[in-house]
Design a protein around this ligand. Structure first.
Ligand SMILES: N[C@@H](CCC(=O)N[C@@H](CS)C(=O)NCC(=O)O)C(=O)O
Length: 210
């Protein structure tokens, strides 16, 4: 049995969580309270010395950090993994793009605007900087999605789940989704994929105490 350590409200944690739900893979969810520093407690650091979530373990040989690496592992041999080497490489390209051009800017802007709104004012200069840095990636993504329904021509895959994690909450970062109509259309299409669950459902009611 796989155990996923995750926190509420996180686009990164959503990725392996949603993939396992859509793959109908049994797993145990343990919620880590990152706002209260549980990820830096010795018991969790013993598991993952980097002290971050998501983190994925099983009883055998899996001990994995990085949400997109988890997607790659979980999707092996499933309909979420593209068939050809070229498509798999393209999926990886978008997964690296997500971690370098989108997540580093959308995630912190959202953190101080939505998760900790009382700190928005204190971080307003950084938020403006992050929103500016997010724009080229979002424009590139919007153009890409104008020509296809999902990230890959072959259909819904881990590339969509990777990008969806933070892009579907861009409004919570202070970005107007109406600026990116193709992304808006794609967000709606992803929410209509088989067995989709929204981020709000990633929480203690579906988890054991960590
Ligand atoms: N690149 C990593 C990012 C992991 C990460 O930074 N997780 C955040 C939550 S989204 C975290 O645990 N933050 C708490 C901390 O840094 O102490 C991934 O994709 O999994």
């Amino acid at each position: 049995m796989v155990t996923l350590y995750a926190c509420e409200g996180s686009g990164n944690c959503m990725k392996p969580w949603l993939a396992m739900i859509q793959l109908e893979q049994e797993f145990e969810l343990k919620i880590v309270d990152v706002l209260n520093g549980e990820q830096k407690r010795p018991d969790f650091l013993n598991l993952n010395p980097l002290g971050v979530v998501p983190f994925l373990v099983d009883e055998a040989d899996v001990s994995l950090g990085e949400s997109n690496a988890m997607l790659w592992f979980l999707a092996e041999g499933s309909h979420l993994m593209p068939d050809t080497a070229a498509e798999r490489a393209e999926a990886l390209q978008w997964m690296f793009f997500e971690q370098s051009k989108l997540e580093p800017f959308i995630s912190p802007a959202r953190f101080y605007s939505f998760i900790l709104p009382d700190q928005r004012e204190a971080h307003s200069d950084e938020i403006s900087h992050w929103l500016e840095r997010a724009r080229p990636g979002l424009e590139r993504l919007d153009t890409h999605l104008g020509a296809r329904m999902f990230m890959l021509q072959s259909g819904y895959s881990i590339a969509d789940i990777a990008i969806f994690g933070y892009v579907h909450v861009l409004h919570e970062a202070g970005i107007d989704p109406a600026d990116y109509p193709m992304i808006e259309r794609w967000i709606s299409d992803v929410t209509h994929t088989d067995k989709f669950q929204p981020l709000q459902n990633l929480g203690p009611s579906n988890a054991e105490a960590a």
